[in-house]
Design a protein around this ligand. Structure first.
Ligand SMILES: [Zn+2]
Length: 221
């Protein structure tokens, strides 16, 4: 009987020690895991505050990129533009009819903004209005221009500005030819014409890739 008790005592002690050996490292590793989580969350907080700091330092630069053309001062524009273009683009002046260089231009090419260089109109959308100002029945793209209600000179007109630099271009009227019935009456001095044959190979290459991009979704369909 005494032997039996001693054996079972030893057995249970051994079992207890085994269990202890099994659970002790686990509880330690659990503690470690909990600590890791705590550390990583600290790290994340650290990252967040670092991000905030980076935002603070990067924001002015990013802002300048986004609104570069809007933020240019009159002084900067004067340095960039000739007197005529400055008065029209930045001060909403109008050139005399038949005085501009593009009203009678029939060459193929694109008309860019004289301020920021954004493509505004193409020779494909140009027509002879007889008004003495270059006239187009539509812009090169809807995004290229913006419209502003203009009540100056006792008239209600729709002013047309470059969407990027907000430079004054002219006005749009509803007496144009098909297919739009619109007449974009634009000052020559607000534009810079780029003849198709003079267009750089880079621009042509860009045009080709743009065509490819446009064509790609059609192929998928
Ligand atoms: Zn512009």
């Amino acid at each position: 009987m005494g032997n039996r008790i001693a054996i079972s005592f030893l057995f249970f002690t051994a079992l207890f020690l085994l269990l202890l050996a099994y659970f002790l490292p686990q509880s330690q590793s659990m503690n470690m895991a909990a600590e890791e989580v705590r550390n990583s969350s600290d790290l994340k907080n650290g990252e967040k505050t670092m991000d905030k700091d980076m935002e603070k330092t990067e924001k002015p630069e990013a802002g300048e990129k986004d609104v570069k053309w809007d933020k240019m001062s009159d002084k900067e524009w004067r340095e960039k533009l000739d007197e005529n273009s400055f008065c029209i683009l930045r001060q909403k002046a109008t050139e005399r009819a038949f005085s501009g260089k593009y009203y009678n231009n029939h060459d193929e090419g694109v008309y860019k903004c004289a301020g920021c260089g954004q493509v505004l109109f193409t020779s494909d959308n140009k027509f002879d209005s007889g008004s003495g100002w270059p006239s187009y029945f539509s812009p090169a793209s809807k995004d290229a221009i913006a419209e502003v209600r203009d009540t100056s000179h006792g008239m209600i007109r729709t002013e047309v500005v470059c969407s990027r630099c907000k430079g004054h271009l002219g006005h749009v009227f509803h007496d144009g030819p098909p297919p739009t019935g619109l007449r974009y009456c634009i000052n020559s001095a607000a534009l810079k014409f780029e003849k198709k044959s003079d267009m750089k190979d880079e621009a042509r290459a860009e045009g080709k890739t743009a065509e490819k991009i446009e064509a790609a979704p059609k192929d998928e369909e």
